[in-house]
Write a protein that binds this ligand. Structure first.
Ligand SMILES: C[S@@+](CC[C@H](N)C(=O)[O-])C[C@H]1O[C@@H](n2cnc3c(N)ncnc32)[C@H](O)[C@@H]1O
Length: 442
């Protein structure tokens, strides 16, 4: 038998990872007692609605990372690179979301002709069919007879009632416009070297259209966008299993902070979903501007989810400093950014001494050889969110080291430009798409 060459050994190893991670995913579905999802499924699998899907998401990260690496080695490079730009799924998804294809198809489980669907959503028939066919390639909608479509397990995410669909829409609707001016902003004299919120690609694109207001001011004025944005945030929690993690903490005496217009929405949501918590005083809703202060003083836990990644370093530091001011001596600070790191630094930071594991939420040491150490395309979403933050508000995801730097400078130091919050990183929880980092007063 001839010996395998080194490249062949790597290909075999990637095939092995694909095989074993797919089997892990299959086992997770089977554990529910409902078998694996069918390719023709038109309803959700019970695991799709589960709150704890960490094991499945870890298997998916390996599967996608190994698969893309294998394909990039074996496919012609021309093909792979063209795939980077031949990707208008976001535009087709945007149409399906905003025209509510999935809502209409849900009334017709046996299938609906394109003509009738197009009529129901008031769009051109042949264009509607092209959008549906492009998405059907990916398993989102299905052509059951010629020109007759049904929903699938994937297209159900696009229903107007689905929070993850809202999360998708916050990206598909506007961010593409800002991404489209990226090169211009990187070469424009005024924008190219700036890391200020006011010099984000979004501002550049809006100026072209004759408008200029901050992202949060735009949200304030636009009730529909704001509603979709905040339901999208719920969708993101569902997708990443945040609530499972949060159950480790006690939330009896809870102060919810956000901008005043968002507190109105929060009040409605609490009244609808958990009125007792509100009326028993277990939850208090207090509007604030975290760039100025954090009114809830001396709490045990400060939970900042998807906050710091919305801000460049100067503002992120200011927010941390305000949290630090509000904290009592035993407080813990949790910061919940998405993770988007240089792959080498990511490896290094995972192995920091003192950053260990915790019950049920261990940190993966690193991706197995020969995968890229940061799981490669298995971390696709994280790196896309980093770009989204740049396009929208000139902000970013940070490496663990960057996060430590903005948090660590002692609170009592003179407030120079580099002064920060005086917090030390004590624990990290890897939730695949996000990481929860626990900081204590240094
Ligand atoms: C990415 S969202 C995350 C929301 C929520 N923490 C979650 O995870 O669902 C960022 C939040 O910051 C709020 N925000 C923006 N500027 C703020 C400010 N100056 N003071 C307080 N909240 C602010 C926004 O209204 C928005 O709800």
């Amino acid at each position: 038998m001839t010996e395998l060459t080194e490249p062949e050994v790597k290909l075999e190893a990637l095939l092995g990872i694909i095989n074993s991670s797919a089997r892990q995913a299959i086992a997770e579905y089977k554990k529910t007692g409902h078998g694996v999802p069918s390719a023709d499924a038109t309803t959700f699998h019970p695991l799709d609605m589960a709150t704890d899907t960490l094991a499945l998401r870890k298997a998916t990260r390996l599967l996608e990372g190994a698969y893309h690496q294998l394909s990039a080695i074996l496919a012609p490079p021309q093909h792979t690179v063209m795939n980077f730009v031949f990707d208008y799924n976001w535009a087709c998804t945007d149409v399906a979301l905003r025209a509510r294809f999935a809502d209409v198809l849900e009334q017709h489980p046996e299938g609906l002709s394109v003509d009738k669907l197009a009529e129901a959503v008031n769009l051109d028939k042949s264009k509607t069919a092209r959008v549906l066919r492009a998405l059907s390639l990916m398993g989102c909608f299905k052509e059951v007879e010629r020109d007759v479509f049904t929903n699938t397990r994937l297209s159900l995410i696009l229903k107007s009632t689905n929070n993850t669909g809202c999360y998708a829409q916050t990206h598909s609707r506007d961010v593409s416009k800002y991404a489209g001016v990226l090169y211009e902003t990187m070469t424009d004299q005024e924008f190219s070297r700036s890391h200020e919120v006011e010099k984000a690609p979004r501002v550049f694109a809006c100026r072209k259209e004759g408008t200029e207001e901050s992202f949060w001011d735009m949200m304030k004025k636009d009730d529909e966008r704001r509603d979709i944005f905040h339901r999208g945030m719920l969708g993101y929690s569902e997708m990443t299993g945040t609530s499972t993690f949060l159950h480790q903490y006690h939330w009896d005496n809870n102060t919810n902070h956000d901008l005043p217009e968002v507190m109105v929405q929060a009040q409605n949501a609490w009244e609808k979903d958990a009125p007792d918590a509100l009326f028993d005083g277990r939850v208090e809703l207090v509007p604030n501007n975290f760039l100025e202060d954090i009114p809830a003083a001396g709490k045990d836990v400060y939970y900042l989810r998807h906050i710091l990644h919305d801000w460049p370093d100067a503002e992120a530091t200011m927010i941390l400093r305000n949290v630090r001011k509000a904290m009592g001596p035993n407080s813990v600070v949790l910061i919940r950014p998405y993770l988007a790191l240089d792959d080498c630094i990511l490896l290094h930071t995972f192995q920091e001494p003192g950053v260990g594991t915790t019950e049920g939420l261990s940190i993966d040491p690193q991706a197995p050889e020969p995968m890229l150490p940061n799981f490669g395309a298995g971390s696709h979403g994280v790196y896309q969110i980093d770009l989204t933050m740049w396009f929208l508000v000139n902000a970013k995801e940070r490496t663990l080291d960057e996060m430590k730097i903005i948090a660590q400078v002692p609170y009592n130091s003179s407030l120079t430009r580099r002064a920060t919050a005086g917090l030390a990183l004590t624990q990290v929880y890897d939730l695949v798409e996000t990481m929860v980092m626990e900081f204590r007063i240094a």
